[in-house]
Write a protein that binds this ligand. Structure first.
Ligand code: BES
Ligand code: MN
Ligand code: ZN
Length: 504
């Protein structure tokens, strides 16, 4: 998708489709209170073109509600699309992000390949913040998952123009716009990886994809396999891969900012991702119903790879190391068995109660390795537990932290990313649940509080390093088409991880 920023008058832009946002400013909750619609542009010609239809009462400007006018009077645009932000009082910058995505997705089934989105003029947040969100939303809307359909019609938008008022701070908008392009493309890169089925994206191939991206954007990289896992004594990570014909991949990406010497003091951020390219459950095999979904069990690792792409291009002044632990969790004659005891890289022993709790096994060694490589602060992302989905549904992902200052930075990142994460607790009593009779810890803590006991398991390997854990099991895959995003991989966490990194 080609993108550009325009400061031209909306009425004078020649385009297939001009999209303009509208909000409902009605604040009364009385049942007889009618929506009071406000078109979020100062352009009088656009206002005039929409007056009659907005007065009709047919359109209510609900969130992502659309209304299309052909040949709008007084405009050079062939079509005028009005996109609702919902109640203005409840609108957030996410409403703008979604409205842009909705406009893009509106064009697709109609074969419209080019559009202009008018940046909503609202005093509620900065225009730059909106601009970045709008471009990100446009990229989110542009992604379609059906790449293996043989009669696939490429419906992707060729050109997206963001139109902003000529009176705005043009330099700030240009910078925010450029950022939005990088972030949107990086999130879609993550989605393209998550979308691939297990046969097309093995651990080795995930390693190739990461390396190829790293070369393109100038990151240092290394991709290791079985021998390196043995050399580093990564018994927990290796044990997950041992049942598969596909070798594991230990993917390391490094970002070293200019002007920050590699050996200087100061933070080194460690990004650790779960990269299970397919999770059958292993010997503790999953039911076959919906097992196909487990191709997205590498979404945490893919989020780290996408975030590293954005980091390489946005160049924050902080060192970052990403470690992605990729493996396929299979049952076979060589697979690990319930009851097996594994020795992790840290020296801690793990009793494997359930081979389906494999994400925490690979992350245990990934976290230890990131620390060995010098990470002073850790963040991990993983489609770790079904229990997290039970707790928070598919609306919020889980976040855990052992350090309130580090968490505060992550919370700040959410304000920019617009992603939904809900903090869940850690605690000594939960840690008790994963003590083992035979070794140091076991890999499951029973039925209750499963997202928390999984986090406690990771904490054993994190030790005192300030750390954030993201359980994205419920949000990595969108189950139904929405106006602003297609059903399929979401790319969740890329934006939040990026902003957390940029806060250092
Ligand atoms: N990959 C799954 C978790 C998952 C579930 C991700 C649903 C996305 C959607 C993970 O490896 C797993 O199987 N977890 C088990 C842990 C249990 C055995 C302690 C689970 O959640 O059931
Ligand atoms: Mn599993
Ligand atoms: Zn898994």
């Amino acid at each position: 998708m080609k993108t550009q920023l325009s400061f031209a008058n909306l009425a004078e832009i020649e385009t297939e489709l001009l999209a303009v946002a509208a909000a409902d400013t009605q604040t009364s909750k009385a049942p007889e209170a009618k929506p009071e619609l406000l078109l979020l542009t100062a352009d009088e010609a656009v206002q005039a073109a929409a007056t009659v239809v907005l007065a009709s009462g047919e359109y209510k400007a609900g969130a992502n509600e659309t209304l299309l006018l052909h040949a709008p009077a007084g405009l050079l645009a062939k079509r005028l699309l009005i996109v609702g932000l919902g109640k203005q009082a409840k609108a957030t910058v996410n409403s703008v992000r979604n409205a842009a995505g909705t406009a893009v997705r509106f064009t697709k089934p109609r074969g419209i390949r080019e559009l202009v989105f008018a940046l909503p003029e609202l005093e509620l947040w900065s225009a730059a913040h909106s601009a970045r969100a709008a471009v990100e939303g446009a990229f989110v809307g542009d992604f379609d998952p059906d790449i293996y359909r043989s009669d696939r019609k490429d419906q992707s938008v060729r050109s997206f123009t963001l139109a902003a008022s000529g009176n705005s701070d043009q330099d700030a908008l240009k910078a925010a716009f450029a950022e939005g392009v990088i972030v949107g493309e990086s999130q879609n890169f993550t989605r393209s990886l998550v979308n691939e089925p297990g046969n097309k994206l093995t651990p080795t191939i995930l390693g190739h994809c990461a390396a190829h991206m790293a070369d393109e954007v100038g990151l240092k990289w290394a991709v290791y396999s079985t021998d390196k896992l043995h050399e580093l004594k990564m018994g927990a990570f290796w044990s997950v891969s041992q049942g598969s014909e596909e070798p594991p991949a230990l993917i390391v990406l490094r970002y070293e900012p200019e002007g920050v010497p590699a050996d200087s003091a100061g933070p080194v951020l460690g990004l650790v991702g779960k990269g299970i390219t397919f999770d059958t459950g292993g010997i503790s095999i999953k039911p076959s119903d919906k097992m196909e979904q487990m191709k997205y069990d590498m979404a945490g690792g893919a989020a780290m790879i996408g975030a590293m792409r954005a980091i390489a291009l946005l160049k924050p002044k902080v060192r970052v190391i990403a470690v992605v632990c990729a493996a396929e969790n299979m049952p076979s004659g060589s697979a690990q068995k319930p009851g097996d005891v594994q020795t992790a890289m840290s020296g801690k022993t793990i009793e494997v109660i359930n081979t389906d709790a494999e994400g925490r096994m690979v992350l245990a060694d990934g976290l230890t390795y990131a620390k060995q490589l010098g990470a002073t602060h850790l963040i991990d992302a993983a489609t770790l537990t079904g229990a997290c989905v039970v707790a928070l549904g598919m609306t919020n992902a889980g976040v855990f932290s052992n350090d309130d200052n580090t968490y505060a930075k992550f919370e700040g990142a959410l304000a920019t990313s617009g992603e939904n994460f809900w903090r869940l607790p850690l605690g000594e009593e939960y840690a008790e649940l994963i003590k083992s009779d035979i070794g140091d810890i076991k890999n499951t803590g029973g039925r209750y509080g499963g997202a928390i006991t999984a986090a406690e398991f990771l904490k054993v390997f994190v030790e005192d390093t300030p750390w954030i854990h993201l359980d994205i099991a419920g949000l990595a895959w969108v189950e139904e088409n929405k106006p602003y995003i297609a059903k399929g991989p979401s790319g969740v966490a890329v934006r939040s991880i990026l902003e957390w990194v940029r806060s250092y």
